[in-house]
Ligand binder design. Structure first.
Ligand code: HEM
Length: 169
């Protein structure tokens, strides 16, 4: 994805190709400011909006910054565009149906135009990988247990939280 600061200095999404979205639609985000794009993520703009903007302003060409997001889904499909209406996690989910999606993201400032490139590479793991992960597994369960209801809803795990904790215990 390519972002560019508009005349008011607001970063907007101006181009992109996302082959494997995690339950969001590129078309709905195109042309919009980052604050709008993140609008559906509970608490994010209030807590991080200004820092994200400052971070993007300070990016310099020649550096690449990495970050990652994680999510759970009920399908190993890489492309989870909302129009595909894939099955959601709920309290009937079985161990083999649950997949951990890790998005490796990279942010790069382009030297000539000043645009910001945002790349996503997806990794998909069966839940077994989490169960076997020792200390990481404990921390993963803690994250699931303690996230707010709003975040759990956004991440699609609200109706499956107890079940997932059970499967991982
Ligand atoms: C350092 C900068 C950034 C931070 C800290 C950040 C953080 C986040 C977080 C925490 C989420 C929620 C993920 C989850 O819990 O599943 C998210 C979602 C998202 N972010 Fe960012 N983000 C950053 C930059 C960007 C940029 C540059 C774009 C470019 C368009 C972007 C596009 C998105 C999209 C499309 C979503 C999914 C929104 C939806 O579900 O509709 N983010 N981001």
């Amino acid at each position: 994805m390519l972002l560019r600061a508009d005349d008011a200095g607001v970063f907007r999404l101006v181009a992109g190709c996302v082959c494997f979205p995690s339950s969001w639609s590129l078309a709905e985000k195109m042309g919009h400011p980052l604050e709008f794009i993140h609008g559906v993520v509970p608490e994010l703009n209030a807590q991080l909006g200004r820092s994200i903007h400052a971070f993007l302003c300070k990016l310099v060409p020649g550096e690449a910054w990495r970050r990652s997001n994680w999510g759970l889904s009920r399908s190993p499909e890489l492309n989870q565009h909302p129009r595909r209406r894939l099955r959601k996690l709920d309290d009937t989910v079985t161990f083999d149906e649950v997949w951990l999606r890790i998005e490796h993201q990279v942010l790069v400032r382009l030297p000539e135009t000043g645009g910001v490139l945002f790349g996503i590479r997806l990794e998909n793991h069966p839940l077994e990988v989490v169960r076997r992960a020792g200390e990481l597994s404990r921390r993963f369960r803690l994250a699931l247990e303690t996230m707010s209801d709003a975040i759990a809803e956004y991440k699609g795990v609200a109706g499956a939280r107890a079940r997932l904790l059970d499967l991982l215990s």
